[in-house]
Design a protein around this ligand. Structure first.
Ligand code: ADP
Ligand code: MG
Length: 247
């Protein structure tokens, strides 16, 4: 496969904070239609990697290509427009707006709250909100104030807000944190569904959850990729057991 076929191709990526290499000559290739999980001990550089892909942090050296377009010097908002959606560890939703309004303001035509509320809610937006609300198990909560949702439902809503933009690459940092067992089950189904026509990268610690969703797993350690492969292979790797799974 040539590099142009990947959704994401990262090569020789490096970034340092005060001389400490948080990401160190890292390579990563993710296919379209792939659900990739990244695991690894705290401080391995997982969140920093997502920051580099979405543009929150700028790379020092190396290349990040999204559908063969170089991203490493591109502004964050331009990466969003190209189709990259990023979910942070803590859900950032508008607590005082309803579920419907949260999804509505996330539709690309009106990104700011003011702009979107002034913008006429046409049938196109309503239809899109309905589809996404169904996807994220909140179709019967559309009129509820988002602040009243459970923590897990807030996580889903934030994923829904990203889905409103129809991203082709979705980056999710610990999406099941704070979820009940039932919410985790539903989220596994959700992630499998939304990776059918896009690339999804998930950072997660819960190994049972990882087993259920991952096509391939990458293990990060000290800013590098320590191992990559199917879950069974990675779990049996003595280096992985040593730095991560053995603890
Ligand atoms: P992980 O998500 O795998 O737990 P992080 O990517 O958050 O790891 O952090 C990797 C390392 O980089 C840690 O040692 C962390 O302290 C450091 N780091 C991350 N972001 C910054 C920053 N903005 N400034 C300084 N150090 C940072
Ligand atoms: Mg992290």
């Amino acid at each position: 496969m040539s590099n142009t076929d990947f959704a994401l191709a990262i090569e020789d990526l490096t970034v340092s904070f005060d001389g400490f290499k948080a990401i160190d000559s890292l390579n990563l290739y993710v296919d379209r239609n792939e659900l990739r999980v990244i695991i690894g001990p705290n401080g391995a550089g997982k969140t920093t990697l997502l920051d580099l892909i979405c543009g929150k942090t700028k790379a020092e050296t190396g290349s990040i290509k999204f559908k063969n377009t170089e991203l490493s010097r591109m502004a964050e908002y331009k990466r969003v427009r190209l189709g990259i959606g990023r979910k942070f560890q803590t859900p950032s939703i508008y607590e005082n707006l309803t579920v419907f309004q949260n999804l509505e303001v996330s539709f690309p035509k009106g990104r700011s709250v003011m702009g979107a509320l002034a913008f006429k809610c046409d049938d196109e937006v309503k239809a899109r909100v309905q589809v996404v609300a169904d996807d994220i198990f909140l179709a019967d909560r559309l009129d509820l104030e988002a602040g009243l949702l459970s923590h897990g439902q807030k996580q889903w809503l934030e994923i829904g807000m990203l889905l409103m933009q129809s991203p082709e690459l979705l980056l999710l940092d610990e999406p099941i944190a704070g979820m009940s067992a039932r919410e985790r089950d539903l989220t596994a189904d959700l992630l499998k569904r939304i990776s059918i026509n896009r690339a999804v990268i998930v950072i997660e610690h819960d190994m049972d959850f990882v087993k259920r969703i991952a096509h391939k797993v990458n293990v990060m350690h000290q800013g590098k990729m320590l191992a990559e492969g199917p879950m069974e292979q990675v779990q049996a790797d003595p280096r992985v057991i040593d730095v991560y799974l053995g603890h």
